[in-house]
Design a binder for this molecule. Structure first.
Ligand code: AMP
Length: 382
C-alpha cells in the first residue's frame, strides 16, 4: 500500500499522487497530513521546496470531501490567504491537480489584485476553495460577492511574506470576519516577532512542525538501535564499548539511581565509568565532567538533566542505555555526538517492552531505524 495511506490519505487520491510522481511523502507532509486530517491547527515552519503546499492541500481536500459542509451560496468553506498572485495561481493548480480523483470536485478559485474584479465576482458563485491575496479578498467581501462567516478551514501560506509585504491590516480585517470555530493552518519560512504575533492570534493549540536545520545536524549522526532483552543489557553495553573500542562514550539512563548502578557495574568489570546526575553535588559533577572532557574517564553515565549542558567537541559515541521520555530528549542526547561537521554514532538499546515508546520517538523524529537483533551476540565473559 502507499505510504500516503499510512498517513490516512484516502484511496481516491492515490492514483493522482502516483501520476504526480509523489512516491514518498516529504517530512512536512508526514507530519502535517495526519494532524490536519485530525482537525488540528498547524504551525508549519518550512520553505518552498519542502512540499508544504501538498502537505495542507491533500488533507484539506479530504476533509472537504468527507465533511459535506452545508453552506449557503457564496459562503466559502476553505480559505487560503497568500501574499502574491504567483503563489495564488500555484496553489490553485495544486488543489485542482490533487482533487482529480474525487467523485465530486470542489470549485477552486484564485483571486488577486491587478486584474478586473468582475469575472472574479461572478466566479464566487458556489466557490468551495478560495485562494486569495488579502486586498482583493476584502474588495470581494465589500461588494458582497463572497462571505467568510462559514469558513471551516483557514490557511495562511507564506505568512511571513504576507507580513513583509504590509498586509497586516488586511489580514486583521479578514480574521475578524471569520467564525470562531474553525481549523487554522499557518505556514511560514521564518519565525519573526510579527509571525509570532499572528500565530498567537490565529492558532489554537497548534501542532508545531519545524523543518529547520536541526534534522540536518541529526543526519550527521549515524544511529543504530539494538533489540536487547533486559537481563542482557549490562553485558551488551560492555560488549559495545569493548568491541567498538570506544575510548570516550556518553551513556544515558533514565534515572539517577540507574546511572549510579550502570557506572558501578562498568567499573566492576574494568571499564572506568562515573555517573553525573541531579543528586550529585555541583562540585562532584564539575569534577567528573572535567575528567571526561580531558579524556581521563572512559565512560560518563548521565541522566537527561545533563544532556543539554554537556558541551564536548565531537564526542564520538552516545549510547542510550535507557530510552528518554520524550523525543526532544532523544534529539538532545544524540546531539551530543557528531557536532561541528564531524560524524558520530548513537546507539539505542531497546527492550521488547520499550518498543512502543521507541516507535513514538521515531515517529516524532520522522526517522525510522531498523531494530537490530542481538540474540546471536555472544556475551560470555564481556
Ligand atoms: P512546495 O514546497 O509545496 O512548493 O513543493 C515543492 C515541489 O515539490 C513541487 O514541485 C511539488 O510538486 C513537489 N512535491 C511535493 N510533494 C512531493 C512528494 N511527496 N514527492 C515528490 N514531489 C513532491
Amino acid at each position: 500500500s502507499s505510504p500516503f495511506s499510512a498517513l490516512g490519505i484516502a484511496d481516491a487520491f492515490l492514483s493522482v499522487l502516483a501520476g504526480e510522481n509523489y512516491s514518498e511523502p516529504t517530512p512536512i507532509q508526514r507530519a502535517a497530513i495526519p494532524a490536519v486530517l485530525f482537525g488540528k491547527d498547524i504551525l508549519g515552519i518550512a520553505k518552498t521546496g519542502s512540499g508544504k503546499t501538498a502537505s495542507y492541500v491533500l488533507p484539506v481536500l479530504q476533509r472537504w470531501d468527507e465533511a459535506k459542509w452545508p453552506l449557503k451560496n457564496r459562503h466559502v468553506p476553505v480559505l487560503v490567504l497568500v501574499p502574491t498572485r504567483e503563489l495564488a495561481v500555484q496553489v490553485e493548480t495544486v488543489f485542482n491537480a490533487l482533487a482529480q480523483g474525487l467523485a465530486t470536485r470542489p470549485k477552486v478559485m484564485a483571486v488577486f489584485g491587478g486584474v478586473s474584479i468582475n469575472p472574479q465576482m461572478i466566479g464566487m458563485q458556489d466557490v468551495q476553495v478560495l485562494i486569495a491575496t488579502p486586498g482583493r479578498l476584502l474588495d470581494l467581501i465589500d461588494s458582497k460577492a463572497v462571505h467568510l462567516a462559514q469558513v471551516q478551514v483557514l490557511v495562511l501560506d507564506e505568512a511571513d511574506k504576507m507580513l513583509d509585504l504590509g498586509f497586516k491590516e488586511e489580514m486583521d480585517r479578514v480574521l475578524a470576519l471569520l467564525p470562531r470555530k474553525r481549523q487554522n493552518l499557518l505556514f511560514s519560512a521564518t519565525l519573526s516577532n510579527a509571525v509570532n504575533e499572528i500565530t498567537q492570534l490565529v492558532l489554537h493549540k497548534p501542532e508545531v512542525i519545524q523543518m529547520t536545520d536541526e534534522p540536518q545536524e541529526v543526519q550527521l549522526i549515524e544511529q543504530r538501535a539494538f533489540r536487547v532483552e533486559p537481563e542482557r543489557k549490562g553485558p551488551f553495553l560492555r560488549y559495545l564499548i569493548r568491541s567498538m573500542d570506544m575510548h570516550q562514550v556518553l551513556v544515558f539512563t533514565s534515572s539517577s539511581h540507574s546511572a549510579d548502578h550502570v557506572a558501578d557495574k562498568l567499573s566492576k568489570h574494568g571499564i572506568e565509568a562515573e555517573a553525573v546526575h541531579g543528586k550529585k553535588s555541583n562540585h562532584a559533577r564539575l569534577g567528573t565532567l572535567a575528567r571526561f572532557k580531558a579524556g581521563k574517564l572512559r565512560v560518563l553515565v548521565a541522566t537527561d538533566l545533563l544532556s543539554r549542558g554537556i558541551d564536548i567537541e565531537a564526542l564520538p559515541y552516545v549510547i542510550n542505555y535507557e530510552l528518554p521520555r520524550s523525543p526532544k530528549d532523544y534529539v538532545h542526547r544524540i546531539g551530543r555526538t557528531g557536532r561541528a561537521e564531524r560524524s558520530g554514532e548513537a546507539f539505542t538499546l531497546v527492550t521488547p517492552e520499550d518498543q512502543p515508546h521507541f516507535k513514538v520517538i521515531q515517529k516524532k523524529m520522522k526517522q525510522w531505524l531498523t531494530l537490530e537483533s542481538t540474540d546471536d551476540v555472544d556475551l560470555k565473559g564481556v
